[in-house]
Design a protein around this ligand. Structure first.
Ligand code: PCA
Length: 221
C-alpha cells in the first residue's frame, strides 16, 4: 500500500450545478502532505451502487492507505466528520440515475452499522485549532453519502483491512445559497479543512496510533 490519501467527491445532485465535495477534493489532487504523503482525488456519481463500484475500483488501482469520502450536507454550517454508517438506503429524492430505494440494505446480510476508522475527534480538534468550524456528526443520513460511507467501511472490513477511512460532510458553497437563508463555507476554507483532516489521519497512521482523542464532542439530540 502507498502512503497516499484518496479523496472522493460526488458530482452535483438534487438540481445543483456544482457539488462542493468534488470542487474541494479536486483541488487537493496531486498535493503532497507533511510527511511526504501524496493525495489523489476521484469523482464518484451520486448514484446508489455505482458509487461503491467506482470507489472499489479506485482503491484497488491506487492502493491508498487512507480513504476519505466527502459529500455535501446542505444546511450544515461546519465541516462534520461522520461517526457511523448505517445499513439502510432510504432516499427522499431519486439519485442521478432515477433510483429511489426505500428501506433497503446497502449490503444484504451486512452488520447494522460500521464505525468510522478516521480519528474524528483529533480531526475536529485540529480543525477548530486552525479556525475552521467543525463538529462530529452522528448521522450521515440515509441517502447516497451514507450508502458510500457504509460501502467503504464494508470494503475495509472485508477486502482492504489496511485502509483507514471514513466520511466527511461539508457545507454548501456561498454561491449555492446566495439569496437563501442557508449557511455556507468558502471553498478555500473547506479545502484547508480537508487537507488538515488528511494530515491528521496520515500522521496517526505513521505513528501506528489507532486511538482517538477523548474530546467531548457529542450532543443531547
Ligand atoms: N451529498 C448527498 C449525496 C451526494 C452528496 O454530496 C448525501 O449527503 O447523501
Amino acid at each position: 500500500m502507498e502512503r497516499r490519501v484518496l479523496f472522493t467527491g460526488f458530482d452535483p445532485f438534487g438540481g445543483e450545478t456544482l457539488n462542493p465535495a468534488w470542487e474541494s477534493v479536486r483541488r487537493l489532487d496531486g498535493r503532497t502532505l507533511p510527511g511526504g504523503w501524496t493525495v489523489a482525488a476521484v469523482q464518484v456519481p451520486t448514484v446508489f451502487d455505482r458509487s461503491i463500484t467506482i470507489l472499489r475500483e479506485a482503491i484497488a488501482r491506487l492502493e491508498p492507505r487512507v480513504v476519505i469520502c466527502v459529500g455535501q450536507a446542505g444546511g450544515r454550517a461546519q465541516i462534520t466528520p461522520e461517526r457511523v454508517a448505517i445499513n439502510v438506503n432510504d432516499a427522499r429524492i431519486p439519485d442521478n440515475e432515477g433510483q429511489q430505494p426505500i428501506d433497503t440494505p446497502v449490503v444484504a446480510g451486512g452488520p447494522a452499522a460500521y464505525f468510522t476508522r478516521l480519528p474524528i475527534k483529533r480531526i475536529v480538534a485540529a480543525l477548530r485549532e486552525a479556525g475552521v468550524p467543525a463538529a462530529v456528526s452522528n448521522s450521515a443520513g440515509t441517502y447516497v453519502c451514507n450508502h458510500l460511507f457504509y460501502g467503504l467501511m464494508h470494503l475495509i472490513n472485508t477486502e482492504f483491512p489496511g485502509v483507514r477511512g471514513g466520511f466527511i460532510h461539508i457545507p454548501y458553497l456561498p454561491e449555492q445559497v446566495a439569496g437563501k437563508p442557508e449557511p455556507s463555507m468558502g471553498l478555500d476554507l473547506i479545502v484547508r479543512g480537508l487537507e488538515i483532516a488528511a494530515t491528521v489521519t496520515a500522521s496517526a497512521v505513521d505513528a501506528g496510533d489507532d486511538a482517538d482523542l477523548a474530546l467531548a464532542a457529542g450532543r443531547e439530540c
